[in-house]
Design a protein around this ligand. Structure first.
Ligand code: SF4
Ligand code: SF4
Length: 289
């Protein structure tokens, strides 16, 4: 079985302070961080021990995890495990990047978000260029507020063509956007409009709960991050029995890490093997033409 896991441990802190974010500048005590570290180590060991399955893993922390060396080491370890196809993480890219050299880079991917109010474009760009130089697969992106348009224009101009720059649609701001704003975002990210939708999902087939699950620091399995009801626990013997076809019980799904698994959207054809780190299929090839 090939299982995709979205892992979100107990971390809820960040070194940046984006005004719209509940984790902005939140700090955790050494004891709280130790719990996160222990949970992550247990998870990585569990993956290593289940060599009868294939795994793809995306870390979707609440806050910034990659500034902590235990997440860097988790990626080093996971990418060295033969039955792990991919280990990816969402990050603000503020950490040092030398650790990537210890990874199997064929299996590593980063989902990097630029926060113009917290880091200069030059600094974010230099990290992106470093990733590129080091041969790491990554997408870069920005939250789609019109106030960032100049920064986005410049970032697109400065990033290598083969790096995909996504724009996250701010759903509740959409009614306030002009046609020009939406056209602008689409000129940067041809898939921007895909991200502006609340996709009807109730009663629809979704791979979440069958071949994709979310796992928390205690090992609790959920179908996805958006349906809170647990379906099992990976640390229990019978964990695999929880995996089965299920229809979505939410009315809509509006986040990339969720709706890409809705069968009827067929977004696996759009993103292919880059579905976790949000890189469209053959993006680099298309841009080189
Ligand atoms: S970088 Fe991400 S986690 Fe940190 S404050 Fe900004 S949005 Fe929140
Ligand atoms: S459609 Fe979205 S909310 Fe529904 S099960 Fe899939 S990922 Fe979860």
């Amino acid at each position: 079985m090939h299982l995709t896991i979205l892992y979100r441990g107990p971390i809820i802190s960040c070194n940046y302070g984006c005004e719209y974010c509940p984790f902005a500048k939140r700090q955790q005590s050494a004891a709280e961080l130790a719990v996160d570290r222990q949970a992550l180590e247990q998870f990585v060991n569990w993956v290593a021990q289940h060599s009868q399955h294939q795994f793809s893993i995306l870390f979707t922390p609440w806050g910034e995890a990659l500034i902590h060396n235990w997440y860097q080491q988790a990626l080093v370890q996971l990418t060295q495990i033969p039955h792990v196809h991919k280990a990816a993480i969402q990050t603000n890219l503020s950490c040092q990047l030398d650790w990537v050299e210890e990874c199997n880079k064929d299996r590593l991917a980063l989902w990097a978000t630029f926060h113009p109010e917290w880091v200069s474009r030059d600094r974010f760009l230099s990290k992106c260029l470093e990733l590129d130089r080091r041969g790491v697969r990554f997408s870069a992106g920005v939250v789609g507020f019109p106030k960032y348009k100049d920064e986005i224009t410049n970032l697109r101009r400065e990033l290598p063509n083969h790096v995909y720059l996504w724009i996250n649609a701010v759903k509740k701001e959409l009614p306030n956007l002009s046609t020009q704003d939406r056209n602008f975002f689409e000129s940067i990210d041809p898939l921007y409009e895909l991200n502006t939708q609340h996709y009807p999902s109730f009663g629809r087939a979704c791979r979440a709960g069958e071949s994709v699950i979310s796992v928390d620091g205690d090992g609790k399995m959920r179908r996805c991050h958006f349906i809170k009801e647990p379906i099992g626990n990976i640390y229990e013997r019978d964990w695999e029995t929880a995996l089965c076809d299920r229809l979505c019980t939410n009315q809509t799904c509006h986040c990339h890490i969720g709706y890409v698994h809705l069968d009827y959207l067929e977004l696996d054809k759009v993103f292919g093997s880059g579905i976790l780190e949000r890189i469209p299929n053959n993006w680099a090839l298309q841009r080189l033409r």
